[in-house]
Structure formats: C-alpha cells, structure tokens
Design a binder for this molecule. Structure first.
Ligand code: 7TS
Length: 406
C-alpha cells in the first residue's frame, strides 16, 4: 500500500489557502510541521471540556485533566518504545531536554579533563548547552567531522573516543543536511568506552520509527511541533537508572513529595523533573499527534517522502547553478542548496511571492555552513502531506528566480 497523500493533506486546514494569490506550498517542515484537525480538536476540546490543573485537584475536571495528561505520557512512551512512563519527562522541546541533561546530569558528572564529543552537523541546541557545561566544569568539547557528502567521518570516531569521553551528543536526522546518522553504531562504540549518549531526535520522530530500547541510547530528545503536534511541548527520554541518580533541573511545585525549610524530599519519576504547572494542553495535543501518526503507516510515510526527495534531488541536479549541500547516502526530508549568483535570502523572498514557503539561513547549524563554505542555504523540507504539485511549484519558482537574476 502507498500513502493516500490527498487524504492526508485534506486533514490540514491551514494548507487550504492562498498567499499572494498563489496556492500555499508549505516546504518548511523541518522548522515546524502543520497540525491536522485531530490535534487542533484535541486541544480545543480540552479547553472546552476538561481544563484544570493536574496532579492536585480533587474535582472531576482535575481528574480528567490528569488522566488525559498521563495518557499522553503513555502515548509518548509507546512512540519511543521506552520501558516505562517513569522514563518520559515532558519538557518544552528538544532544546530544553538537552539543557536539562547538560545542567542536571552534566553538572553532577563532569570534571575538568573530561570530554564531550559532538559532531560537526549538530544544531546549536546540541552545541551551546555543552559549551556552557564545559565552561563551568573545565571539560573539553571535541567534534567528529563530516565529509563532503555531509556524512559523519565514522572512521575517525574510534580515535575521538577514550576513557575521558563522558558523553556523546549526536543528531539522528540532520536539519541542515538531511543526513540520517548511524546512531546505533555510535552508541555501541561510545558505550564501549563507558560514555553516555544523547540522541537529538528533533527531526527524526516524524520520519522514521524510533526505538530507544533497540538503540540503547541513554537520552533521546524530541519536539512535538516537528511531528504534527503543538509547539511548547517535547520529551526527554532517559534511562530510569540515570534519571534516578540525576538531581532535579528546576525546583518548585509538583516536583516535590514533602517540603520543610530544613529539607525537601523530591517526587518520584518522572515528576522530579517537571516543576510547576506543565503544558497540559500541549501534552494532550502531542498525544493526539502520536495517535494521528500511528493511524498512518510510518513505512508508507517514509517511502512517500523518500520518493519525493529523490525526485526533488533529480530536478535540482538539472538546474544550472544549483549546488546541493548534503548528499548523504542515507538522507531524508531535507533538500538544502545554494544558487549561483542569488543570495539564499533573496531566493527565499522570491519563492515566498510564488506561494512557496521554504527556509533560507544557517538553520541554527552555523558550523555546517562553515564546513561547506556558504553563509546560508535554501532549505526545502518535506512532510507526509507534500505532493508532486508542490515540487512543481518549487522548481517553477526557482526557474523564475534564475531568469530574474540572469
Ligand atoms: N535539533 C535539531 C536537529 C533541530 O532541527 C532543532 C530545531 C532543534 C534541535 C531544536 O528544537 P526545538 O523544538 O527545541 O526548537 N530545528 C529548526 C530548524 O531546522 N528550523 O527551525 C527550527
């Protein structure tokens, strides 16, 4: 069976509009995906029928809100195949998840002389928190380089891993290049020297099945808004043994069992890491997005997006002056490129006027831009609802831009 793309697309009300008198062609899915009616309705229904704070009220609404919030946690557990909901911490998104690990686990564990290994293709949110941690602890940040195709130089990994390596941070699917990294192999090698591994799954979860037990990663971070869910909610998965020994990230309500001025006893997992009123509606929307995704077939989504990406790549290579940035063998969703003689931002503006929404910039991955010697790229990124018509519109607009600048 193949994905019924028209039926999928029909579930996204926002896509049914025109901008500047042109059909909206949304190809900025790596920044954030659009939301299906099921997600919008779940959030609306919560506010219309069940809104209350969680984990504290004795009244009916609070019980319903708590049940819905905790049901969403179970859906996230299922999405990642975590062993237990105790390993599922709701956070604002990938960025907060990584900061939580750096501040809590990192501050407790790292000493001067220790090493953190990341890769040259990380998003700033998987670079800066580790730099901050290194500044505070005296640890050293090391970087696994990428090759001209935008793949990790895996042959260099063994020489960068040693007994001082305490953590490896690696992106599962690169937002700037589209590269799918061999994270299972990286985890295996990192564990062999006793290092923990954090996988940045911000982009991955919408495009491939995730199984944290099979990967054996120590931490996995992702954001709901990149997988058809709302903004402001995401998840940190961590092995229970790690969360158990980690100190809280923030103090406040909900994360405690008992407080006196002399001593505070922390709450059980995962609440120890969820101080304050959480994003209840967001979590419920996240749960609805997972239900929606699971109602489709992830294999069919991946196959559809792969066909589209291959077609887009073929057409891109036929366009004179176009340079692809990122041609990894294992790649998904992202077509990143520059056009000779046209600044990516100008190109972005021209495409916008044609109704085509892409992103132009450094994609919060400045080291990737430096590696390829470009200030920025144009990035078209695909989701389940994109069609060949969308590619037609993209390439028509690109040809128009070329003609304008010729
Ligand atoms: N890691 C990767 C690989 C990302 O692509 C992003 C967001 C993040 C982390 C941060 O996620 P957040 O939900 O906490 O913001 N990437 C992008 C992008 O490519 N365009 O806009 C945001």
């Amino acid at each position: 069976m193949s994905l019924d793309v028209a039926a999928v697309k029909a579930q996204f009300p926002i896509l049914d509009q025109q901008v500047y008198g042109k059909r909206l062609v949304y190809l900025d899915n790596a920044a954030t995906t659009q939301k299906p009616r099921a997600v919008i309705h779940a959030i609306q229904s919560f506010y219309e029928k069940d809104n209350a704070n969680v984990h504290r009220g004795v009244h009916a609404l609070s019980e319903r809100a708590t049940a819905a919030y905790e049901a969403a946690r179970e859906k996230v557990r299922g999405l990642l195949n975590a062993c237990s909901v105790r390993e599922v911490v709701f956070v604002r998104g990938t960025t907060e998840a990584i900061n939580l690990v750096a501040q809590s686990w990192g501050m407790a564990r790292l000493r001067a002389g220790d090493e953190i290994l990341i890769t040259e293709m990380e998003h700033h949110s998987n670079i800066v928190p580790w730099q901050m941690l290194c500044e505070r602890t005296g640890a050293r940040l090391r970087v696994l380089p990428i090759n001209d195709a935008g793949e990790l130089c895996m042959e260099q990994l063994p020489s960068l891993l040693n007994e001082r390596t305490k953590l490896v941070g690696v992106v599962h699917l690169s937002n700037a290049l589209g590269t799918i990294n061999p994270v299972a192999e990286i985890i295996r090698q990192a564990h062999a020297v006793g290092a923990r591994v954090l996988v940045d799954g911000a982009q991955a979860a919408a495009h491939m099945p995730i199984d944290v037990q099979q990967l054996d990663c120590d931490f996995y971070a992702t954001s709901a808004h990149k997988m058809y869910g709302p903004t402001g909610i995401g998840v940190l998965y961590a092995k229970e043994t790690l969360l158990d020994e980690m100190p809280p990230y923030q103090g406040g309500g909900d994360m405690i069992r008992m407080v006196t001025f002399e001593h505070t006893q922390y709450n059980e997992l995962p609440y120890k890491f969820e101080a304050g009123t959480p994003n209840i509606a967001g979590a419920i929307g996240f749960g609805a997005a997972i239900d929606w995704l699971r109602g489709l077939d992830m294999g069919e989504i991946a196959a559809h997006e792969q066909n589209m990406l291959q077609e887009a790549t073929r057409r891109a290579k036929d366009l004179p002056g176009l340079r692809l940035v990122g041609e990894a063998k294992h790649r998904a969703t992202v077509l990143s490129f520059t056009m000779e003689g046209i600044h990516p931002h100008d190109l972005g503006t021209i495409l916008d006027r044609e109704g085509v929404a892409i992103r132009a910039g450094h994609h919060c991955a400045m080291p990737v831009m430096q590696r390829f010697g470009v200030p920025a790229t144009v990035r078209a990124s695909l989701a389940a609802y994109n069609t060949l018509d969308d590619l037609d519109a993209l390439f028509l607009a690109l040809e128009k831009a070329c003609a304008m600048f010729a």
